[in-house]
Design a protein around this ligand. Structure first.
Ligand code: SAM
Length: 286
């Protein structure tokens, strides 16, 4: 593709998340010909830009990150209004996805400035596609809160999410986050995707309650970046519980806290506590 002059617009340009071959010809072309490139970390982006043949005059590269985004959005939109083409890239993957860019795009949209999104690498979608979980409905959650209370609250709010959930996580936080996920989601299926598109790409597949152990069994589990994919909530079917158990559960629910009612019914009929708990929640919602 040879296109030497770009029309004035904001170009959203994804870059690889590990494998350098995952950049499109179109992305390279835009980066080569854009008047200005906004990069999250200019030093970080330099090797990639040099590798793909982008000539770097100093004036072409602008730093653009979380801390100066709002302030720079106005200035950058004015550059486009003056007739220039501006490309935005982040350190890796698709800008705006747990990366800066939202304020800039919002400013451009508000000012009727053309925004041209290029498709490309994104860890969330790459991991989702390999998870084996439903892809017809999904929720990108991004990074989970670090503080214990906020983390727990966030996870509880997702307990009955009916779409597959996608979380980003840093290696040093994976055990803390997975432990919290296990507490709330217990035997729900989870996939941890590590080092996507790289040589040591690894998928760990387990129930939430077993994932910490599965990870710790791999001496390399803390190396590289990772995405957590959590399977969706499914309504337990009343049919799968014997009529007598359902009757007892309903009676107990009128008198006891949900957890206790589910536990007693499960023990009495030799059923799974978690199934009864989910069923109790769904009965209460009706
Ligand atoms: N904008 C990027 C994208 O499109 O995926 C995400 C940027 S966010 C700051 C970085 C997080 O993305 C990492 O902490 C990790 O959760 C995830 N990530 C990025 N590259 C990855 C990779 N190669 N393998 C697994 N996860 C990755």
């Amino acid at each position: 593709m040879t296109e030497n002059v770009l029309e004035p617009a904001l170009y959203i340009v994804p870059t690889p998340i590990g494998n350098m071959q995952d950049i499109t010809d179109r992305a390279i072309n835009v980066l080569k010909h854009a008047d200005v490139i906004c990069a999250e970390d200019t030093r970080h982006s330099m090797p990639l830009l040099t590798q793909i043949g982008v000539t770097l005059q100093k004036s072409k590269l602008i730093s653009f990150h979380d801390h100066n985004e709002t302030e720079k959005a106005e200035k950058i939109s004015e550059i486009i209004e003056s007739g220039k083409s501006v490309a935005i890239i982040s350190d890796a993957g698709t800008p705006l996805i747990s990366d800066p860019g939202y304020h800039l795009v919002a400013t451009c949209a508000q000012k009727n400035i053309k925004v041209v999104p290029l498709p490309g690498a994104c860890a969330a979608i790459t991991a989702l596609c390999a998870s084996g979980f439903p892809t017809d409905r999904f929720l990108f959650v991004g990074f989970l809160p670090v503080k214990q209370e906020a983390l727990h609250k966030k996870l509880l709010s997702l307990e009955k999410e009916t779409g597959t959930m996608i979380f980003y996580e840093a290696p040093r936080r994976i055990i803390a986050s997975m432990s919290a996920i296990a507490e709330v989601f217990n035997d729900r299926e989870v996939v941890v995707a590590r080092e996507l598109t790289k040589t040591f790409e690894t998928f760990y597949r387990a129930k939430a309650c077993d994932m910490v152990e599965v990870l710790k069994n791999d001496p390399n589990y803390e190396k590289g970046e990772m995405v957590i994919i959590l399977s969706p909530y499914r309504e337990p079917e009343e049919k799968s519980v014997p009529d007598e158990a359902l009757k007892l559960l309903k009676l107990l629910l009128a008198e006891l806290p949900t957890k206790n009612a589910a536990q007693i019914t499960a023990e009495y009929f030799g059923l799974k506590k978690n199934d009864l708990y989910k069923l109790a929640l769904s009965i209460q919602d009706k």
